[in-house]
Design a protein around this ligand. Structure first.
Ligand SMILES: Nc1ncnc2c1ncn2[C@@H]1O[C@H](COP(=O)(O)OP(=O)(O)O)[C@@H](O)[C@H]1O
Ligand SMILES: [Mg+2]
Length: 266
């Protein structure tokens, strides 16, 4: 389904991507979902493809954050694989051993239909889609994640580490995102993603550099939490994202946030 055939939505999709696996995408998704709930907004979580059997799984964490009685793990994550591999490799490794192998888009089409139906059933105020791993990740059918991002749409929130190496990972990812037809809503620095951040001289300088891009504004830093969530930090992040989405929406004449140029908003 092309974007022109996509049913018109009056709510935004947000695609939470990361510079790597383990960078805190699920953590940030859950924070945004909880903050939305506190604002009486219905945030619908979605995980197009999940792999690994570590409990709780991402879908279970997202479901717990959403606290929606009729939202099951099957609803949130339609494609699940037990092996702790990229979803595409867990589904069929052979596709990646032959660069000439054709891509099978049926899994992606199935997920698109699933999400459209889920949205129709839940009538959300926004949809929070958690990507898999970093950006260039093998996805089912011998496909690669940027294609899924383009097809599912959504303004990208990029979760990054604060520590040494993050400028390279972040800039590479933003550069790759430029080749996808998506908008970047902003960057979140997850301070909980780096164990040794306090001993890392680069952290405060990285923060300044990560805040320097007008095309990918820093939405905020997300603190390392203890046993409990930190509502003030979650609310701060959500408000920064929400106001950015609202501005983008007012720019998009057809209400499709995906097509709004977020870089037009200051
Ligand atoms: N801000 C944070 N504070 C405390 N723990 C965190 C934070 N961010 C991530 N973690 C922990 O780091 C691990 C990886 O985070 P996760 O959200 O699962 O990453 P991803 O979804 O990108 O793979 C998890 O155990 C998670 O609880
Ligand atoms: Mg995750």
């Amino acid at each position: 389904m092309t974007s022109s055939a996509t049913p018109a939505r009056n709510f935004p999709r947000v695609f939470v991507a990361g510079t790597d696996t383990g960078v805190g995408k699920t953590e940030v998704c859950c924070a945004l979902i909880r903050a939305a709930r506190r604002r009486n907004l219905r945030a619908l979580p979605f995980k197009p493809a999940q792999s690994g059997d570590e409990r709780p799984t991402d879908a279970e964490r997202l479901a717990r954050a959403a606290q929606h009685p009729s939202l099951s793990v099957d609803d949130i994550a339609p494609l699940r694989y037990e092996r702790a591999l990229a979803p595409g490799m867990a589904q069929d490794m052979s596709a990646y051993l032959d660069p000439a192998a054709p891509q099978d888009l049926s899994h992606l089409a199935q997920v698109e239909r699933h999400l459209d139906a889920l949205e129709a059933r839940h009538d959300p105020d926004l949809v929070i889609i958690e990507g898999a791993g970093g950006l260039f990740v093998p996805m089912p059918g011998g496909t690669w994640q940027p294609r899924w991002l383009e097809r599912l749409g959504g303004a990208v929130v990029l979760v990054v580490r604060p520590s040494l190496g993050t400028i390279n990972h972040t800039w590479l990812t933003l550069h790759a995102l430029e080749t996808c037809r998506v908008s970047v809503a902003g960057i979140v620095i997850n301070d909980g993603a780096s164990e040794d951040a306090s001993a890392d001289d680069s952290v405060s300088l990285n923060r300044q550099i990560l805040a320097s891009r007008p095309d990918a504004p820093l939405l905020g830093s997300f603190p390392r939490r203890g046993d409990r969530p930190t509502p003030a930090a979650e609310d701060h992040l959500f408000d920064a994202l929400w106001s950015r989405l609202q501005r983008a929406e007012s720019i998009a004449a057809d209400g499709d946030v995906k097509r709004a140029s977020l870089s037009d908003t200051k």
